[in-house]
Ligand binder design. Structure first.
Ligand SMILES: [Zn+2]
Length: 454
């Protein structure tokens, strides 16, 4: 027998003893009668009835609670079964979407929503289907209602932003994303990326740049190298908007920063130089172009300088500049070529040819160089020399080797192939040889007349 049971039996005996003692010592008192609602009842009966009543009430209450709990449990399990069935059907709908059957998926989802109007996965999927199958206005409504019902639905807010883009409301879309980024700053990587893309699409460079700065400051580790470099491009575009608004000083500052961040960003040098020249600082502007050329070896700077001086009607200044660069630059070959090209443009042919010949041995690829030389030779009546340069030009272009062209993508190759390497089309290679179309109508109208003469 367990100690606890012994203890309870002892306790029970004790209580009975106390009660027995109380009954015996107060026997006379308990046998006396009291009046309850006009009836006289013995006191001991009153105590007994009260006790029994309390006991009964207790049993009744416990019983009722037990029944309630049972019913609730049954309901719950029915509910769980329903939820399970619904989520299975939602999965079916998802599979149908994946297999390109949005209409069938939509029917299932609408069935689910008839049973449970607030089932968010089904509403989300329905919105996605609407968005993809040409119902962006309805999709906006669906996503808006989800966002209203549940503020923490991040996915629904992203989808809402997409749907708003689809109904050509980029401002509202951007507002949704901005709010999302503010509410969930730790999950905002996607929101800022999307914002940057939306603003870039709308050519709102300042906003795009802001979004990019947010990305840089909060998610630097998650950005790719290329993505980080986008910052310079966006800042550059902001600079261009300043130029368009005639704010050359602000623009110049931005371009300088871009060059500092990315010393080989050619467009920034070009634009900064133009900014300086537009502010009547020609010497500084030209110096920036030359600086860009020093850093990158990119011929476009020399072209820009040449065009600038020719447009101003000061070709001799342009020539002087190019001569100086050709004599001092470490990219002397490129500089000499551009000097030669400018001389050619100004009809100073012999000096141009001298330069081209000097450059020629250093150049691996430049069809235009051979073209200029051929032109000068033929102008001077040296036909053999000219032909020789044209031959070089053809070889340089390599077009004689590429004899087959893909009719689908235009890719040219040396040998015929059954399938295009570039676009993957079959039977698309044609030998590059086209007959001219035959003239329309009877080829020889006079033949009829000749027949009639017989
Ligand atoms: Zn192709």
């Amino acid at each position: 027998m367990r100690l606890v049971n012994v203890f309870f039996i002892v306790l029970l005996l004790l209580v009975l003893m106390v009660l027995g003692n109380l009954y015996l010592t107060n026997h006379d008192l308990l046998m006396r009668e009291v009046v309850v609602f006009g009836e006289s009842i013995k006191l001991q009966s009153v105590i007994l009835i009260t006790f029994l009543l309390g006991f009964l009430l207790n049993v009744l209450y416990t019983g009722i609670m037990e029944v309630v709990r049972l019913v609730r449990g049954l309901n719950d399990s029915a509910d769980t079964r329903l939820v399970k069935r619904i989520s299975e059907r939602a999965q079916d709908a998802r599979d149908l979407v994946a297999h390109g059957l949005p209409k069938e998926a939509r029917e299932i989802l609408e069935g689910i929503l008839e049973q449970r109007k607030d089932y968010i996965p089904a509403r989300l999927l329905l919105g996605e289907i609407l968005l993809k199958s040409g119902g962006p206005e309805e999709a906006v409504k669906v996503f808006e209602s989800i966002c209203r019902d549940d503020h923490d639905q991040v996915e629904a807010r992203y989808q809402l932003a997409e749907a708003l883009m689809a109904v050509r409301n980029p401002e509202a879309s951007a507002a949704v994303l901005k709010k999302l980024a503010a509410d969930h700053p730790k999950k905002a990587l996607r929101a800022w990326r999307r914002l940057r893309a939306i603003h870039m699409e709308g050519r709102r460079w300042e906003e795009a740049n802001e979004a990019h700065k947010k990305l840089l400051s909060h998610f630097a580790a998650e950005l790719t190298q290329g993505e980080r470099a986008q910052g310079s491009a966006l800042a550059y575009q902001v600079g261009i908007t300043k130029v368009e608004a005639d704010q050359f000083k602000d623009a110049a500052q931005i371009f300088q920063q871009v060059i500092k961040d990315e010393p080989d960003f050619v467009p920034a040098y070009l634009s900064l130089g133009r900014c300086m020249i537009l502010q009547d600082q020609e010497a500084q502007g030209l110096e920036i172009w030359l600086e860009g050329f020093r850093k990158t070896g990119e011929g476009t700077f020399l072209q820009e300088a040449e065009d600038y001086f020719i447009q101003l009607g000061r070709p001799e200044d342009g020539l002087a500049l190019l001569r100086r660069v050709a004599a001092t630059s470490k990219h002397a070959t490129t500089a000499k070529f551009f000097l030669g090209k400018m001389l050619y443009r100004l009809e100073i042919l012999d000096e141009a040819l001298d330069l081209f010949q000097e450059v020629r041995s250093q150049v691996v690829y430049s069809p235009i160089l051979f073209f200029f030389m051929a032109k000068i030779h033929s102008r001077r009546g040296r036909i053999d020399a000219a032909l020789n340069e044209y031959r070089q030009l053809l070889r340089n272009l390599g077009i004689l080797k590429l004899r087959f062209e893909c009719a689908v993508c235009g890719h040219r190759v040396q040998d015929f192939a059954d399938r295009c390497d570039s676009c993957g089309s079959w039977n698309s290679h044609h030998f590059m040889f086209k007959e001219s179309d035959l003239p329309e109508g009877p080829i020889r109208a006079e033949s009829g007349n000749w027949m009639a003469m017989l």
